[in-house]
Design a protein around this ligand. Structure first.
Ligand SMILES: C[S@@+](CC[C@H](N)C(=O)[O-])C[C@H]1O[C@@H](n2cnc3c(N)ncnc32)[C@H](O)[C@@H]1O
Length: 278
């Protein structure tokens, strides 16, 4: 995530289907790779994979598959005779995923598609994986209805998403931190995605397991040092008129110094829901 320094990577373009500028794609891949490496993300994924109970031959779909990390894992679990499909609207991320699958010798398909318009027949999928995607989807309810439509009876949907309002930060003045968080969240389509998922899943006719997974995505110190995401949030808050340029500079300096000293703490919570179709 420390490589997130391309000028074309902005809060408004991050993880949008049409963001194909090379610097922005490089930055997105760096963010996803850093998150893949985060032990807290792995704990939540391991919990969700247990709930997914992928069986040999299961048809699996990874919606918003990004660099394809989870598509590959689903393919290994479902075995060589299974159909495993990554659906990813961003053409450049799709290409990265295809290249990485080829280099790992894993055979999966990737295709263009949106969570709200899945290119799949009714009741054709055993396992849907949809991780940290619906935060970028304005009509998440429509996406969850689509997920319920394509699941077979007995199918499982693993819905993992962030709730950015759960952010905790050390070493930032709370009033300035609130303004930066509001500015950050204003640029994300569905920033409190996670908290709405139980209602959306049940409205779509799915059952939600009572055990909800959660994990704090804690940003490493090197990411926080001179963090581009903090810079973008601070700049947006200045543009919104909620903090002054001087407050922005002071906050970024303080956060960077805390990270330099090794005690900065910045985290958001990612929640996981196991949803089942009768
Ligand atoms: C934060 S990334 C997560 C990628 C991957 N699921 C992971 O957990 O590593 C969000 C992904 O959602 C994709 N995305 C954005 N809008 C989407 C939409 N409307 N339908 C499907 N995917 C979408 C982005 O292109 C990106 O790959």
């Amino acid at each position: 995530m420390s490589e997130v320094s391309g000028t074309s990577f902005t809060l408004g373009t991050a993880f949008r289907p049409g963001t194909v500028d090379a610097d922005a794609v490089h930055a997105m891949v760096s963010v996803l790779d850093a998150q893949d490496a985060a032990p807290s993300i792995e704990r939540l994924r391991a919990w969700a994979l247990a709930g997914a109970d992928v069986r040999r031959g299961d048809t699996c779909v990874d919606i918003g598959s990004g660099t394809g990390t989870m598509t590959r894992r689903l393919a290994r679990l479902a075995g060589p005779d299974a159909r495993v499909l990554g659906i990813e609207p961003n053409a450049m991320l799709r290409r990265v995923a295809e290249e990485r699958c080829a280099s790992h010798g894993v055979e999966v398909e990737f295709c263009q598609g949106l969570a709200t318009e899945l290119p799949l027949p009714d009741e054709s999928v055993d396992v849907v994986w949809c991780e940290r995607v619906l935060q970028h989807v304005p009509d998440a309810q429509a996406a969850v209805v689509e997920i319920a439509r394509v699941l077979r009876p007995g199918g499982r949907a693993l819905l993992l998403d962030s709730d950015h309002a759960s952010r905790v930060e050390s070493d930032i003045d709370p009033v300035v931190g609130r303004a930066m968080l509001d500015a950050f969240m204003s640029q994300i389509a569905n920033p409190t995605a996670a908290r709405h998922l139980p209602r959306q899943a049940m409205t779509a006719g799915l059952h939600v397991d009572p055990d909800v997974g959660s994990s704090a995505l804690v940003y490493p110190q090197d990411v926080l040092m001179g963090s581009h995401m903090s810079r973008l949030a601070a700049d947006q808050a200045v543009t919104d008129g909620t903090i002054t340029p001087a407050q922005a500079e002071e906050t970024l300096r303080t956060q960077s110094a805390a990270a330099d000293a090794g005690w900065a703490f910045s985290a958001i919570t990612v929640f996981g829901f196991v949803c089942r179709k009768d």
